[in-house]
Design a protein around this ligand. Structure first.
Ligand code: ZN
Ligand code: ZN
Length: 330
C-alpha cells in the first residue's frame, strides 16, 4: 500500500511502504508530513505549535490556581500573588521572545537536525523503552549546562543587560518561566537542544519525536519550578534530588544560590546552596519551636524570615550591578 487516506505518497516515503501496520499516532505523523508536502515546513510548524500549546497549556492551570484562595496554603511566598496585569505583561514578553527568537531557531531546526542525522518524518516512532534513557541523559546534560550558564548570567554586565529581566519577579509564577531577555532564551535554550544534537551526532540514532517528549517534559519542569507552589505531592517530595518549585523559588527570592534547573546535585556539589540550606534549617527550627503557637504566629515568623532573605538578595543584586560599574570605570 502506498497511500494514506487516499493521498498518494510523495518521495518522502518509500512507494512500497506498508502504513497499515502503523499505530494511530504514527499514521497521523505520516499524514501530517504528506499533507504539508515539505518536511522543513512540516517540522518547523509542528515544533512551534507544540511548544506554544505545551507552554501556555501548562501555564493555564497555574493561573487558575493563583486565582483560588484555597491553594494559598501551599504558596511558597504566600503574600505575593501575581496580579492579572502582571500575568498579561509577562505573556506579552514571552510571546515576543517566542516569535523573535524561538520561531527562527525552530525554523532552522529541520536542516540542523538532518545535518546531525536526526530522524524526522520517518516511521515507526521510537518506543518508550528507547526514549527513556535518551530523555534522562538530556535532563542531566541540560541541568549541568544550565548550572554554569546561569551562574555566568549572574556576572555583572551579563546580569545587568540580560538576566535582570528574568529576576523581575522575586516570587515567580508559571508563565514567568520563559520571561527573559531574548539573548537569555537563546543562551539557556542551547542547553535544551545541544544535548539531543550532540547525542544524535555521536550515535546517529535519534528521532525528533524523542526530542518532543524531552522538550514537553522540560517545559513542564521549567513552568512548575516557577509556579511558586510546593504541594505535599510535588515531585521533589517523592524524588529528593528533584529541584521543584521550592528550590527555584528561593533563587528568585534570595537572588543567590540554586542555579540549576531539574536536579539539586550541582548546587550541592559546588556549594551554591549554602544560604538556601541555612534558610531551610532556620525555618524548620523556628517552626518546631513554635509548635504550640497559632498558625497566624507561625506565618508571621515565616514572613519575617523571608523578608530578611529577600532584603539580603536586594543588597546582593545591587552589588552585582555596582560591580559592573566598577569594571566600567577601570
Ligand atoms: Zn538567576
Ligand atoms: Zn527562574
Amino acid at each position: 500500500m502506498n497511500s494514506l487516506n487516499g493521498t498518494s505518497v510523495p518521495s518522502l516515503y518509500d512507494a512500497s511502504a506498508d502504513f497499515s501496520s502503523l499505530s494511530w499516532l504514527e499514521q497521523q505523523w505520516v499524514a501530517w508530513y504528506i499533507y504539508m508536502g515539505n518536511p522543513v515546513l512540516a517540522t518547523g510548524l509542528m515544533s512551534f505549535l507544540m511548544h506554544e500549546i505545551v507552554y501556555f497549556g501548562r501555564s493555564i492551570p497555574w493561573i487558575i490556581i493563583d486565582a483560588i484562595p484555597y491553594f494559598r496554603r501551599w504558596k511558597l511566598q504566600a503574600n505575593k500573588i501575581p496580579t492579572a496585569q502582571e500575568q498579561w505583561e509577562c505573556t506579552k514578553q514571552v510571546l515576543f521572545s517566542h516569535f523573535m527568537v524561538e520561531l527562527p531557531v525552530i525554523w532552522l531546526f529541520h536542516p540542523m537536525a538532518e545535518l546531525f542525522g536526526m530522524r524526522t518524518y520517518e516511521v515507526p516512532l521510537p518506543s518508550l523503552r528507547e526514549m527513556a534513557p535518551q530523555v534522562a541523559l538530556f535532563f542531566v546534560f541540560e541541568d549541568i549546562f544550565h548550572y554554569f550558564a546561569h551562574q555566568a548570567l549572574h556576572y555583572g554586565p551579563l546580569y545587568k543587560h540580560i538576566h535582570k529581566i528574568h529576576h523581575k519577579y522575586s516570587a515567580p509564577f508559571g508563565l514567568a518561566a520563559e520571561y527573559a531577555h531574548p539573548a537569555e532564551v537563546a543562551i539557556l535554550g542551547t542547553g535544551t537542544i545541544a544535548g539531543p544534537l550532540l547525542y544524535c551526532y555521536f550515535t546517529r540514532d535519534l528521532h525528533i519525536f524523542t526530542m518532543y517528549v524531552w522538550i514537553t517534559l522540560r517545559l513542564f519542569q521549567a513552568i512548575d519550578a516557577h509556579s511558586g507552589y510546593d504541594f505535599p505531592w510535588s515531585l521533589q517530595h517523592i524524588v529528593p534530588f528533584w529541584s521543584g518549585a521550592e528550590h527555584h523559588d528561593f533563587h528568585h527570592m534570595a537572588f543567590t544560590n540554586n542555579f540549576s534547573t531539574s536536579f539539586r546535585w550541582c548546587d550541592r556539589i559546588f556549594g551554591t546552596d549554602d544560604k538556601y540550606r541555612a534558610y531551610r534549617k532556620r525555618l524548620d527550627a523556628a517552626k518546631k519551636a513554635m509548635k504550640n503557637s497559632t498558625k497566624a504566629q507561625r506565618d508571621e515568623m515565616e514572613q519575617k524570615l523571608m523578608a530578611e532573605v529577600e532584603a539580603e538578595g536586594v543588597r546582593a543584586e545591587a552589588e552585582v550591578e555596582r560591580g559592573m560599574q566598577k569594571t566600567k570605570v577601570q
